[in-house]
Design a binder for this molecule. Structure first.
Ligand code: NCD
Length: 312
């Protein structure tokens, strides 16, 4: 039985196959529409979510399976004090696979130890968010045609942003990928992530100014300041509008640069950017469904070989 805790749990080859499967799902959705008939996804969300939870649920429904679960702590027995270990033991009796989001780093890992079904980390505190990374990789590969030879600007809350941590972990395995870290000094990438970059010899620079960094980027990955991880509201208020990408700023960027964002956005991308062809964050959310369909199939060991059904 396999779980997914971090993007590193998949080898480069496995990742390649998974992204191929996701692309095939995008092209031939009918072929997969009954692949998970009789299977259930448990969505166990201890922290708010729109895209991750609903794209997991949509993914399972698109595969012909069904979904059970809870969207927040207060509507489950967690509010009565039940442990993650006990909850997953119960979900293992009711479902075939579980997507779990939790505010505590490592909680899905604990769940995996007690689980009878595959557990997917759907975001654990400020730590990792592997399925957002799969979404990001599929977006980049589909729209840029490659995962190597890329210069990626990561902008915003690099300290608490788990999507950024997972994305760096995944991308450093491809040749000639370099990063420009754009953040206020207080929200710099944590030391343990810098260590990973140093150890692997990946090229990176750190800067505070977005304008200076834009030139030469293949991708600008914007992130929200993670309000829920701040110790006090004052610091959040000081930081929250540090970066605002608007039309005028975007005019400094290369014509073929992609603007990505895991969403939700707050103020960091002005709505006047949405119509720019470089803004791909809504498309990115759509890719999230295909890649989660591919992940569910992979972890459940389901292979779909039949051809697309002809329309009668
Ligand atoms: C991200 C998350 O939850 O980490 N959202 C998402 O899953 N698409 C990013 C965020 O909340 O800022």
């Amino acid at each position: 039985m396999r779980h997914l805790m971090s993007p590193m749990d998949l080898s480069v080859e496995e990742l390649y196959d998974l992204l191929d499967l996701a692309s095939d799902i995008e092209k031939n959705p009918d072929k997969y529409s009954t692949a998970c008939k009789g299977k259930k996804l448990a969505s166990a969300f201890y922290e708010p979510s729109t895209r991750t939870r609903l794209s997991f649920e949509a993914a399972m429904l698109n595969l012909g399976g069904s979904v059970i679960g809870f969207p927040s702590q207060d509507v489950s027995s967690v509010s009565k004090g039940e442990s993650v270990a006990d909850t997953i033991r119960i979900l293992s009796c009711y479902a075939d696979i579980c997507a779990m989001r939790h505010p505590k780093e490592g909680a899905p890992m604990v769940a995996a130890q007690y689980s009878g079904i595959p557990v997917i980390n759907a975001g654990d505190g400020g730590h990792q968010h592997p399925t957002q990374t799969l979404t990001d990789l599929l977006t980049i590969r589909s729209l840029k045609g490659r995962l190597d030879n890329l210069t990626i600007g990561l902008c915003g809350d690099l300290k608490f942003g788990r999507t950024v941590h997972s994305l760096i972990n995944a991308l450093i395995r491809y040749p000639n990928v370099s990063f420009v870290m754009i953040s206020p000094p207080e929200l710099k990438l944590p030391g343990y992530m810098i260590e990973i970059l140093e150890k692997t010899g990946v090229k990176y620079t750190q800067t505070v100014k977005l304008d200076d960094a834009m030139d030469g980027l293949d991708i600008l990955y914007m992130t929200r300041v993670q309000r829920e991880r701040f110790f006090n509201e004052e610091d959040y208020v000081r930081m929250k509008d540090f970066y605002i990408l608007n039309k005028e700023k975007l005019s400094l960027a290369p014509e073929d640069m992609l603007v990505m964002h895991p969403l939700p956005r707050v103020n960091e991308i002005a709505v006047d950017v949405d119509d720019d062809p470089r803004a791909v964050y809504f498309k990115q959310a759509q890719y999230g469904v295909y890649v989660r369909m591919a992940l569910i199939l992979t972890l459940l060991g389901i292979e779909v070989t039949s051809e697309v059904k002809e329309n009668a």
